[in-house]
Design a protein around this ligand. Structure first.
Ligand code: MGD
Ligand code: MGD
Ligand code: SF4
Ligand code: MO
Length: 726
């Protein structure tokens, strides 16, 4: 067992320095195309417009203060309406993360066995020449044996999928289905409304009823929460729907603590009540929806008693919520992705998205629903990613959520070639992907060639053949959309790259050159890419530079008169290819797998930790200290039945694996459900694992997404073990 300060932590930086050169803390290098550092006014303080790069709906506008070539402050921009000068605690520490002594600042080549974390520093030329040669050899057999693996380490359009996508398209590599977060809900929303679109976050301040559905907003959507607080002060009622009594549930007037994966049944029950009491907006339904009669018939089969039994609620709770939702104007739903990480997540989102149409909530700008606003942004993806470079080839697609299985697959006619090379950037799959025992086995394959572009020696970087040092948001240019508000933002580099770090774009540019890709698009600078991201008439780049952001021109109440971005302009209750939505029970639950429930009677969810962002920041000690240690919240009854006391070490297990952490006996967990909080770095956990040791690779009903919160486990006390103190 290793505590956070044990040998596991030390291995994070077990790097032998080949050159013996001292490590430059900040050379303020000018070699990035976009470094704006000026040697002359080095000592003078100046601020630049920046944007938070993280996978968080708030996409804050930041002001970064630079003094003497060093970032001294990262603050929320007081002039940006939704940021209103405040960043979350994590990102106010962004400079601490950037100047972290364990930053990878030179290319590293593996010395020891995979996973051992033993590397030697090498020069960029040596690393890139070797990588290009290895990729060329594999591509000569079949480029589809090469797989890019990336997600939202940065949400930037430039440092995300621009030059990287061009590179892999030109190569003809396997395509990656980027499903790990939001594809169930995203595709479901698009099937229903025609796009990932919804209310403006600002207008929640005027709502009279806010249903916070599957979202711990205080942790993961802080700037929405401040609008909800304004509404609350003006007398609005706040209702939280969540299996966990989260910090957000504490602050709402009412908390419906349902069983995980039963949201679809609850939505049907609400519809049942709306129909029975004739609380429907018949005019809105007739003019702006299609397919209601079939769903109406289905909902009539869901009286509150049936719903209550499935959801683990009382029938009165269902009735009361229906009454509030029907009779309060304006009523808004803040739906978040937490509720779609289960088998039926897509259908549940489709059902919930119909509710605001049934009561005509969309008629008011403070009514309706917000899951994501990303579809409002007119991003020129084809210009950035250049799918035309595929030149007629149609590579296979690999789902990032099944990377464990797929790395272990041999060649076959249905799968295609074995995966021989992985290029990972903006992601930490060994920690975040489901069923890590298989992911780790896959990454351990000696015949797999793995390149990881990173800031730190993450769990994934430990398995790399080469680790390439990437710049952070303070060191590169980018432009951003948001999935929680409707402003496009710019991120100007505040300082030059630290050490020998390079932006992702530059790394792929240089790899492209070595591969002999000579199309002019591989010479585009970061600024050229940033300018291509939006059409000029939608988002003026000069204004982005001047102000830091541009608000999209959109109607205040987007669907007051219908006008959904579907072919008919109507909300599609019955959508082609999706049918009429229904309740779909969990893969691992009493309806689908009673025999599994008998062996593993506890449902485990693993929602985000407040002080981490997915697995990012776990290595920032001041934030890790606040989280303490990997925890499992368990209800007092479930704990007592297993002889588990507060603070004791427990073993959480199922057929896929086991994981050790510390029990927190608390009513934040409902009976029958345990909450494994946060995606810890495996090597900073208690036994070199994290919660994904237990999650499954089964997929959602819509969108091929992961089902992290559809997971049965059993828990037992580890006899004689003393929980480590953080
Ligand atoms: N501090 C912090 N902020 C984050 C993140 C983070 O890791 N830390 N992650 C970011 C990312 S990647 C995303 S995608 C976003 C959104 O990510 P979300 O996962 O939506 O984030 P939360 O809102 O924190 O958590 C979701 C809530 O859903 C609850 N939940 C779990 N299962 C169910 C269910 O079946 N039904 C219902 N109704 N609720 C359920 C959980 O208990 C939790 O309180 O947040 C982002 N913001
Ligand atoms: N059990 C469980 N598992 C989950 C979830 C859960 O709720 N429960 N949530 C899921 C969700 S919603 C998501 S979105 C995924 C998140 O999965 P990931 O997108 O992999 O997120 P992170 O763990 O934050 O890892 C991002 C990595 O990118 C690196 N990075 C950041 N910026 C840059 C850059 O500019 N260049 C390069 N090269 N690297 C950069 C960071 O250092 C970090 O290590 O995890 C999923 N996994
Ligand atoms: S993580 Fe979210 S709340 Fe924190 S600074 Fe970034 S966008 Fe804002
Ligand atoms: Mo996510």
């Amino acid at each position: 067992m290793q505590g956070p300060q044990g040998p596991g932590a030390a291995s994070a930086c077990r790097v032998s320095r080949g050159t013996g050169e001292p490590r430059a803390e900040n050379r303020g290098t000018m070699d990035s195309a976009n470094a704006i550092e000026s040697g002359k006014d080095h000592a003078k303080a100046r601020t630049v417009h920046a944007a938070c790069p993280h996978d968080c709906p708030d996409t804050c506008a930041m002001r970064v203060t630079v003094e003497g070539g060093r970032v001294v402050k990262v603050q929320g921009d007081p002039d940006h309406p939704t940021t209103h000068g405040a960043l979350c605690q994590k990102v106010s520490r962004y400079a601490e993360r950037t100047y972290h002594p364990e930053r990878v600042l030179r290319p590293l080549k593996r010395l020891g066995p995979k996973g051992s974390g033993q590397f030697v520093e090498v020069g960029w030329d040596e690393a890139l020449d070797d990588i290009a040669q290895r990729l060329r050899a594999i591509a000569a057999r079949d480029p589809q044996a090469i797989l890019p693996y990336s997600y939202a380490g940065t949400m930037g359009l430039v440092q995300g999928e621009s030059m990287a996508a061009r590179f892999f398209h030109r190569l003809g590599a396997s395509l990656l289905d980027r499903t790990i977060c939001a594809s169930a809900g995203g595709e479901a929303l698009a099937a229903t409304y025609g796009g990932k679109v919804g209310m403006h976050v600002e207008h929640f301040a005027e709502s009279r009823l806010i249903v916070v559905w599957g979202s711990n907003s205080i942790a993961s959507n802080l700037h929405f929460w401040s609008y909800a607080q304004q509404a609350k002060r003006r007398g609005a009622k706040l209702v939280c729907i969540d299996p966990r009594r989260s910090e957000t549930a504490d602050k709402c007037h009412q908390h419906l603590q349902l069983l995980p994966g039963t949201d679809g049944a609850l939505a049907l029950g609400l519809m049942h009540e709306l129909i029975r009491h004739d609380w429907l907006d018949h005019d809105y339904i007739a003019r702006h929806t299609e397919g209601w009669p079939a769903l109406r018939e289905r909902a009539l089969q869901w009286p509150p008693e049936r719903v209550a039994a499935v959801c683990g609620l009382t029938a009165d709770e269902v009735r009361a919520l229906a009454r509030d939702y029907a009779l309060t104007r304006p009523a808004a739903i803040r739906l978040n992705y937490g509720m779609q990480r289960v088998r039926g997540g897509g259908n549940a989102v489709r059902l919930i998205a119909v509710l605001p149409c049934l009561v005509g909530a969309w008629r008011h700008r403070a009514g309706g629903l917000l899951l994501s606003s990303s579809g409002w942004f007119p991003v020129q993806r084809a210009a950035l990613q250049r799918p035309d470079l595929l030149a007629g080839r149609r590579p296979r697609t690999i789902n990032m959520s099944t990377i464990g299985d797929d790395l272990l697959r041999g060649p076959s006619p249905s799968f295609g070639p074995r995966i021989e090379a992985l290029v990972v950037y903006n992601s930490n799959p060994v920690a975040v992907a489901p069923e890590s025992p298989k992911v780790v086995r896959g990454f351990s394959r000696e015949d797999l060639f793995t390149v990881v572009l990173e800031h730190f020696m993450t769990d994934t970087a430990d398995y790399a053949d080469y680790v390439l040092p990437a710049t952070t948001q303070l060191e590169h240019l980018d432009v951003h959309t948001s999935y929680g508000h409707t402003y496009a933002l710019i991120n100007e580099p505040a300082i030059g790259p630290l050490g020998e770090a390079r932006p992702n774009t530059e790394i792929f540019r240089q790899l492209a050159a070595r591969m002999g890709f000579d199309e002019p698009c591989f010479a585009d600078s970061d600024e050229a890419l940033a300018r291509q991201a939006f059409a000029r008439e939608d988002v003026d780049f000069a204004q982005l530079r001047e102000v830091g952001w541009v608000k999209l021109a959109l109607p205040e109440a987007p669907f007051a008169e219908g006008g959904f971005p579907t072919p008919s302009g109507r909300c599609r209750i019955d959508a082609p290819g999706f049918g009429v939505p229904d309740y779909v029970p969990n893969h691992e639950g009493p309806e689908s797998a009673p025999e599994l429930v008998a062996r593993y009677p506890l449902a485990m969810i693993s929602p985000p930790a407040r002080n981490f962002l997915n697995s990012t920041f776990v290595n920032v000690k001041s934030l890790r200290d606040i989280e303490g240690q990997p925890l499992l919240e368990i209800h007092p009854h479930d704990a007592a039945a297993r002889g588990i006391g507060e603070g004791e070490m427990v073993r959480v297990y199922n057929d896929r694996g086991e994981y050790r952490c510390v029990a927190r006996v608390t009513e934040r967990a409902r009976p029958g459900v345990v909450n494994g909080l946060g995606i810890w770095w495996r090597k900073l956990g208690m036994d070199g694992t994290n919660v994904n040791q237990l999650t499954s690779q089964r997929l959602t009903d819509i969108g091929r997404g992961p089902t992290f919160y559809d997971c049965l486990v059993e828990v037992e006390r580890v006899a004689g073990a003393q929980a480590a103190t953080a």
